[in-house]
Design a protein around this ligand. Structure first.
Ligand SMILES: NC(=O)c1ccc[n+]([C@@H]2O[C@H](COP(=O)([O-])OP(=O)(O)OC[C@H]3O[C@@H](n4cnc5c(N)ncnc54)[C@H](OP(=O)(O)O)[C@@H]3O)[C@@H](O)[C@H]2O)c1
Length: 349
């Protein structure tokens, strides 16, 4: 049943062309437009969500540059926005999910359409928001948390007791350290500024190294040896996987989950001898999971939403029609200070 007060039209951000410079609000403004469109209808198994709040992540920046592998084939003009939260206003969800009009949910829109006043979601993919958790907190509690759960699960399956993470001070990195430590895995966290070291140490990292130190590679080899580490998660790409392979012992794995520095890898083939390099993609791994495997992960996401130390820091929020400014702010430096959000429906917060 739909909410009778539902409007027939709503505002939607559309990407008309590839954004040339995601740090420049003017350039973003030229590529995006705020359109008035019909509120979408839902099919069996779907819910209609009134969007409260969205979080801008690195994949939004890649999507706008037409460089995000999961969406680059969606024709332009297309939607924008992946992660957010809102309230169910119409539901054709299976009864056992308990998603009714009025239920509060956090979501990930894999088609990138979240920056709109209303969004259709597959009911199976949303996470109900626990009582007392704000829409703002919930809107930043899906993408990284879900990825961290899968990343650490992979380490546990492989019997690893230590891991390197090359992006230690970002939102994903901080959650990763806390969760890995709670399961007895030692984390060697890499940062690029000394001021980020305290943050990672407080999260529980066993060793924190600064990538900018002149003897960084030597320090990395020593930390790997001391912790008997055979696995590294890399979020930088460029020459970092090669440096990790070189420092890691035989029978080690480097798993790349992002490409913050460069999409191109520089690898010395000799460093691959009895070592392996692979790519991690939470979306691909999620598609391979059965519902029974998803349920404990969803319940963990809900638990983390309500746990202050597992919540993502929000550094600033923008109004819905200020999206270009929100994106340029998010694309700027010092991302360890937290995420940028867009408030879609202020009255819901
Ligand atoms: N594969 C997957 O399934 C998956 C899932 C979720 C996220 N991701 C990816 O994981 C990455 C991290 O996400 P996040 O949400 O944690 O991002 P975030 O909060 O924006 O943090 C990014 C971090 O990278 C650091 N950084 C930026 N440029 C750097 C450089 N040139 N060298 C070294 N460090 C640099 C930043 O440090 P400063 O503070 O100094 O700028 C910050 O600590 C993103 O690229 C995201 O797309 C992948």
């Amino acid at each position: 049943m739909a909410d009778p007060s539902l409007p027939t039209t709503h505002r939607v951000w559309r990407m008309k062309s590839e954004v040339k410079d995601t740090k420049d609000a003017k350039s973003i403004e030229e590529s995006l437009s705020l359109e008035e469109e019909q509120v979408p209808t839902i099919k069996e198994g779907q819910i209609l969500v009134q969007v409260a709040c969205c979080t801008i992540n690195h994949e939004d920046i890649l999507h706008l540059k037409n460089a995000y592998v999961n969406t680059k084939d969606i024709p332009i003009p297309r939607g924008v926005g992946f992660e957010g939260s809102g309230k169910v206003v119409a539901s054709k969800a299976p009864f056992y999910l308990g998603l009714k009009v009025g239920s509060r949910v956090a979501f990930y829109s894999d088609q990138s359409c979240a920056l709109a006043e209303y969004l259709v979601c597959d009911a199976q993919t949303v996470t109900p928001i626990p009582a007392g958790v704000s829409y703002s907190t919930a809107a930043a509690a899906v993408t990284n948390a879900f990825s961290v759960l899968l990343m650490v699960q992979n380490l546990k399956k492989g019997g690893h007791k230590a891991v390197v993470n090359t992006v230690g001070a970002g939102s994903l990195g901080r959650l990763f350290t806390k969760h890995a430590k709670s399961l007895g895995i030692n984390v060697i966290a890499l940062v690029r500024r000394d001021s980020q070291k305290d943050l990672c140490q407080a999260d529980g990292a066993k060793v924190v190294l600064n990538l900018s130190d002149p003897d960084f590679d030597q320090q990395l080899s020593q930390a790997i040896q001391e912790t008997n580490c055979h696995f590294a998660y890399d979020g930088l790409a460029g020459d970092m996987p090669d440096r990790l392979l070189k420092a890691l012992p035989l029978h080690s794995v480097v798993s790349i989950y992002s490409e913050i520095v460069s999409k191109k890898l520089t690898i010395d083939v000799n460093h691959l001898y009895q070592k392996r390099i692979e790519a991690f993609n939470a979306g691909d791994e999620a598609k391979a999971l059965w519902t029974v495997q998803m349920l404990p992960l969803m319940s963990k996401l809900q638990k983390w939403m309500a746990t202050p130390e597992m919540q993502t820091t929000i550094r600033t929020q923008f109004e819905f029609d200020k999206l270009p400014e929100a994106i340029s702010n998010s694309a700027s430096e010092k991302k360890s200070d937290g995420k940028v959000q867009v408030i879609v429906t202020p009255s819901m917060l």
